[in-house]
Design a protein around this ligand. Structure first.
Ligand SMILES: Cc1cc2nc3c(=O)[nH]c(=O)nc-3n(C[C@H](O)[C@H](O)[C@H](O)COP(=O)(O)O)c2cc1C
Length: 329
């Protein structure tokens, strides 16, 4: 079986723990200031305005199954004008014939905002090649050291990453994002990225899909300590919040409208979900997925009514408190 297909299978099978967002309580306003029709959910990011603060976080490409999933994801992106990130394009360097498993997204949704993705070990020449082939609107490097270390066939050389990121931050003409794949980031990492000129950081925190766990399923002797490293998504957001004018993007373990709203309250500008969208398209027809996503968005608006907030950019002003500690998983 192809590695991407393994990842899809294990991501769907991974047992879910308690959400790290459950310790965050938002204020509740019993006396509403707004009607549902007053609530606006649009956000401006990457030099554009999108109708909702959510996007499809990086997942697939590189196998026939991945192509089918990308097609369905692109149909949803098209229906809701959601930005969509592709899975790592790395496979295109060994299997250029796989290009359609990625470009299907543009065929289905030609006007959609597309983000191309590569690991940070790829030098700028590879980034430029992928941009030329896939014609994305933004590019992101992913950071996945814990995953590489757990992966039997993973990389063991990491020192080129910092240099590649600095070059990309200086060179790229389209929005440039650095994202984690699910182990989060602390303020030291985010400050360094910021100093190198990176404007967009997707914190990709712990609490959802865990790639050390996934790779450990593929090993005969698991490296279990790696399942535990990293920072949850809320903790990563709180650690990065003070670094202005960074644009923080939340992802990792976000599967409900309340978790989307809590991420925005904690300072994220936009919220990415992978597993949620993977399940949405693999477990439902397109029509049912559209209806479920519509309800998801209505719930975001309903929660905003209870907070007395009518626009997404006012969510960071909402009061919240953290029960116990954040360091819970
Ligand atoms: C099947 C699958 C494949 C993924 N492939 C990639 C990838 O190629 N590049 C990447 O940056 N992240 C990849 N991710 C990680 C996600 O972008 C995200 O960081 C992680 O799944 C945590 O989010 P979640 O809890 O919403 O799933 C993948 C996730 C899944 C579920």
């Amino acid at each position: 079986m192809n590695r991407k297909d393994d990842h899809i299978r294990y991501a769907l099978e991974q047992p879910q723990k308690e959400s790290p967002f459950s310790v965050i309580r938002l204020s509740y306003e019993a006396l509403p200031l707004f009607n549902v029709s007053d609530i606006k959910t649009d956000v401006s990011i990457f030099g554009q305005t999108f109708p909702y603060p959510i996007f499809i976080n990086a997942m697939t490409g590189g196998s026939e199954n991945a192509k089918k999933i990308n097609e369905r994801l692109a149909m949803l992106a098209n229906a809701f004008n959601l930005p969509m990130a592709l899975g790592s394009a790395s496979t295109l360097f060994e299997n250029p014939e796989m290009v359609e498993t990625f470009s299907i997204v543009k065929t289905v949704n030609p006007e959609g905002f597309l983000i191309a993705n590569l690991g940070a070990h790829h030098p700028i020449e590879n980034v430029e090649k992928v941009i030329q082939i896939l014609q994305p609107d933004a590019f992101e490097y992913h950071l996945n050291v814990a995953q590489e270390l757990a992966m039997p066939e993973g990389d063991r050389h990491f020192t080129s990453w910092s240099k590649n990121i600095q070059i990309a931050a200086k060179t790229l003409k389209i929005p440039f994002i650095v994202k984690e794949v699910g182990f989060g980031m602390n303020e030291h990492t985010m400050k360094r990225l910021h100093q190198w000129g990176v404007q967009y950081i997707n914190v990709g925190g712990k609490g959802g899909t865990n790639f050390a766990w996934i790779e450990n399923q593929r090993r005969t002797v698991p490296l279990q300590g790696l399942d535990d490293v990293g920072y949850s998504t809320p903790e990563s957001l709180l650690r990065g919040k003070a670094i202005t004018p960074l644009t923080l993007i939340a992802s990792g373990g976000i599967q409900t409208p309340m978790e989307v709203v809590k991420s925005l309250v904690l300072g994220a500008k936009m919220v990415g979900m992978s597993r949620y969208f993977l399940r949405l398209v693999t477990e439902n027809s397109h029509e049912d997925a559209v209806a479920l996503l519509q309800t998801f968005i209505e719930e975001i608006k309903a929660i905003m009514v209870t907070l007395n907030v009518n626009t997404i950019d006012k969510l960071p002003e909402v009061d919240y408190h953290i029960e116990g500690g954040l360091w819970i998983r």
